[in-house]
Design a protein around this ligand. Structure first.
Ligand code: ZN
Ligand code: ZN
Length: 773
């Protein structure tokens, strides 16, 4: 039945006096309504009469007079009116409208359209609805352009339901209106609906234009609908829309997205009109696919074809240089970018900074950040550059600069800097960063939390690690793993195992790293049966195939428990070829258990695989020394000299008075060296007095080991009662271990020693490792 709406303003225009809309003849209406709108546009005064449909009051609509009675007039099918009125009733919205109208006077049709068109993807839907109410009130809602803008506004704001409802009562169908809905569907991820609508409008006689095709191609890209995309490709070739750059670029993007690089390149070459977007798309596409060289070649061709490079193409090209580790080309691009005044542009500048950081050119990286307005990404690049180049103290300095310059930290910043602090390691820095994270509320972020747990655990502060873990809102598997690892490294195998059980109870799937942590917990504490059980459950229960690291944990577990034969058997029956990292724990176990014969056999195996492994020579020569076989000790040393193998020097760190102090073995470079050596001699005497005759074989050589010097420095410079934390790059030797135990008793001091393997907490003459390390 034809729907008749009468009552359009009758005062000024006879054309508008009575318009009959027929739902049966949309195209006719389309023609007529356009005519009508053009008249409306000419006769500004007709606006003032249009609203009479809803408001009998002859006075001009004053926004502040819009009231709730509005509803009573709404005896029509206008969509969402009740809702709209509710919004009008909302004071904030009302104020917004009032403000708008106080600036512009009462908005007219063009102002309305302009206002509606200004809505972006994150438009304020409430404001949009308020505009809609005003439009209804003013009677503009039958204007085709206004309604199209309304549909567009709802679609942009993501309220597709309202957009569709409004669309369905519109009598005319044109491609612009349909495009609003299609792009709305695509933008809101309703790709299926976009497709159905696309087919439907064509059967209703709407001819798609370049805008429709671009939107649909973008849908194909997102919907994994490559077949449909290719059909559209055929359509655009037939309809000659391919010459439209937007359509060509949308097709290009679609092929790129599916990794159909050949098709993309072919299409790109055949594009009649390449614009800057086409070039950017293809260069970026190859970069994303990891074909950095191709991307760089295309970058050069772009310049040769007369296109000016922009910030995006420079950014991609510089990133390609980083991935290709091609510093020279990177520097050349830098020079070009300077000429074009793009070097300090946010994107290009950050890319250059990342390039220099990644390639270890930290001076150039620092210079770059000094010259630009640094973003979080730039700060992060610089910090991680220093961290990756093992300049952790510098990294901490840059982090402080970042805070001073009011740089905004994100989770990446915290994770990287905490990693630096835990390798430094510096408890003071960790605490400072933690308090900063607390302020910015990043401490409950699961990534930052995991890094905090790891940092505290590496500083031996298990309680702090636990606190962080407990406060995490939603601990993910990484956080669980960090906490299990923390217990494992700090000699709490029981806690590690029960946390592992809880983790599974709470529905988290353990990962390969979980098993590394749990197997090390077992091996550190001689829990052989438990270890075997966990190892067997990896495949059977959790479907995780063991890797080299897990086998190595098992060999360590068996070896430490003096089950050397079983460990050897385990290696023989491995499904993989035994590697040097798999033999090493067995050699360590031979030393620990004093089995020289097997050690010689294992040493040979390791040297076959890694002839320059200094640790093998050192272990063997120490074992010979223990047995008093000095000739063999000398032989090993000569072999090392002959092969030019240098043993990594033992080095220990201690943090005191906001500074990290480093000590090597027999080190005499520290400012207060005499005091440190005096202190060492004093405590050695105290220890010997407390336990007469206490010597170990290596005592003479081991007396000035770096950790002893560091701990004595700690005794001198840290206040009484404060635990002494020392970190060492190599595994602690038996002599130093015994020394620390005794010292913790005679000096009544807690000592935390982290070597490259685990943590030792010395207290009242005992170590947390229970001498099992
Ligand atoms: Zn030592
Ligand atoms: Zn220990």
């Amino acid at each position: 039945m034809p729907k008749t709406i009468t009552g359009w303003g009758t005062h000024n225009s006879s054309f508008i006096a009575s318009v009959t809309y027929s739902a049966h003849n949309p195209m006719e209406l389309h023609r007529r309504s356009r005519f009508q709108v053009s008249l409306l546009t000419k006769q500004q005064s007709t606006y003032n009469h249009a609203y009479l449909l809803f408001d009998k009051s002859p006075k001009r609509v004053n926004v502040s007079t819009i009231d709730i009675q509005f509803t009573t007039c709404a005896n029509n099918t206008e969509m969402g009116l009740t809702k709209t009125v509710a919004f009008i009733d909302n004071n904030t919205t009302r104020n917004v409208i009032c403000e708008e109208s106080s600036i512009t006077g009462l908005p007219g049709k063009h102002q309305m359209i302009r206002a509606l068109n200004s809505f972006g993807p994150e438009g304020d839907i409430e404001l949009g609805r308020a505009y809609h109410a005003l439009i209804v009130k003013k009677g503009l809602c039958f204007d085709e352009f206004v309604r199209t803008s309304l549909v567009d506004m709802y679609a942009k704001c993501g309220d597709m339901e309202s957009a569709v409802r409004l669309f369905s009562v519109m009598d005319c169908l044109d491609v612009a209106l349909c495009n609003c809905l299609i792009s709305g569907y695509v933008r809101n991820g309703m790709f299926d609906k976009a497709f159905r609508f696309f087919v439907q409008i064509q059967s209703n006689g709407v001819v798609p234009n370049h805008y429709t095709y671009s939107a649909m191609l973008s849908a194909c890209g997102k919907l994994s609908a490559i077949k449909e995309g290719m059909q559209i490709h055929v359509c655009v070739v037939k309809t000659e829309f391919l010459s439209d750059p937007a359509v060509g670029n949308a097709l290009l993007k679609m092929y790129m997205k599916y990794g159909m690089m050949k098709e993309a390149e072919l299409l790109f070459t055949s594009l009649e009109e390449k614009n800057i977007i086409s070039w950017t798309t293809i260069i970026n596409g190859f970069y994303r696919r990891g074909d950095f060289l191709k991307a760089l070649i295309l970058f050069c061709s772009m310049g040769e074809t007369g296109f000016d490079h922009n910030e995006y193409t420079y950014t991609t090209a510089i990133a390609c240089c980083g991935s290709l580790k091609d510093l020279n080309t990177g520097r050349m691009l830098h020079a070009q970018a300077i000429k074009k005044k793009l070097a300090l542009n946010n994107f290009v500048g950050s890319a250059l900074l990342k390039l220099y950081s990644d390639l270890g050119k930290m001076d150039e990286a620092k210079l770059q950040i000094k010259n630009m307005e640094p973003s979080t990404v730039s700060w992060n690049s610089l910090i991680s550059g220093f961290v990756n180049n093992e300049k952790t103290e510098e990294a901490v300095k840059i982090f402080c600069d970042m805070i001073e310059n009011e740089g905004k930290c994100d989770e990446f910043t915290y994770s990287v800097i905490l990693k630096a602090c835990s390798s430094l390691p510096s408890l003071a820095n960790c605490q400072q960063i933690h308090s900063h994270a607390l302020k910015t509320k990043f401490d409950i972020n699961t990534h930052v939390g995991s890094s905090l747990i790891e940092a505290y655990s590496k500083c031996g502060c298990l309680e702090d690690a636990e606190k962080v873990f407990d406060q995490l809102l939603a601990a993910d598997v990484v956080a669980w793993n960090s906490m299990i690892k923390a217990y494992s490294q700090n000699s709490y195998p029981g806690k590690a195992i029960s946390l592992f059980i809880n983790m599974i109870k709470e529905g988290h799937r353990p990962t390969s790293s979980t098993f590394v942590a749990i197997l090390s917990a077992c091996s550190h504490s001689g829990l052989i049966e438990e270890g075997k059980k966990f190892f067997n459950s990896m495949v059977k229960t959790h479907g995780i195939a063991p890797e080299e690291i897990h086998y190595s944990c098992m060999i360590d577990l068996l070896g430490r428990a003096n089950k050397l034969e079983e460990a050897l058997d385990f290696i023989d029956n491995l499904p993989i070829e035994p590697t040097a990292p798999l033999w090493r724990p067995l050699l360590a176990a031979c030393k620990y258990n004093g089995n020289l014969k097997l050690a010689e056999h294992v040493a040979k195996k390791i040297l076959d695989l890694d002839p320059n492994d200094a640790a093998v020579y050192v272990t063997l020569s120490n074992m010979y020394a223990e047995k008093g076989r000095h000739a063999d000790v000398e032989k090993e040393r000569k072999l090392m000299t002959l092969k030019n193998i240098i043993k990594e020097p033992g080095c220990s760190w201690i943090e005191a008075n906001h500074k990290i102090h480093r000590f090597f073995s027999h080190d005499k470079t520290h400012q207060i060296t005499p005091e440190i050596y005096d202190e060492l001699h004093k405590v050695v005497k105290q220890i010997q007095d407390s336990r007469p005759g206490a010597t170990t074989i290596l005592e003479e050589n081991a007396l000035y080991h770096s950790e002893k010097l560091a701990v004595c420095f700690g005794l001198l410079s840290l206040r009484t009662g404060k635990p002494i934390r020392v970190f060492k790059n190599l595994r602690v030797c038996t002599d130093c271990h015994l020394f620390m135990k005794k010292l913790s008793l005679v000096a009544n001091r807690e000592i935390l020693l982290r070597d490259n393997y685990r943590f030792h907490h010395f207290k009242q003459g005992c170590c947390s490792c229970k001498d099992y390390w």
